[in-house]
Write a protein that binds this ligand. Structure first.
Ligand SMILES: [Zn+2]
Length: 78
């Protein structure tokens, strides 16, 4: 949960709207998702992803697992 907070829960730095690259290594394979909408901390660089986006990422990882894909790159900006 990031809610509407504009500060980083970890270090208190400012959160800036941008994108991040999400990677998930689930053992049998790897999923990389580029251009994931996120708020990133300008101090520690931590990326905070909204719940709706996190659910999409989980779904992508689940699909890759189910299909036994070894390597998948998804571009959310596409
Ligand atoms: Zn931070």
């Amino acid at each position: 949960m990031i809610g509407k907070a504009a500060t980083c829960p970890l270090c208190g730095g400012d959160l800036v709207q941008g994108t991040t690259t999400f990677t998930a290594d689930f053992g049998a394979g790897v999923v990389v998702v580029r251009h994931v909408p996120a708020e990133t901390c300008d101090l520690c660089g931590e990326a905070w992803v909204a719940n709706a986006i996190a659910e999409k990422l989980e779904k992508l990882v689940h699909e890759a697992k189910t299909d036994s894909r070894q390597f998948e790159v998804v571009d959310m900006a596409a």
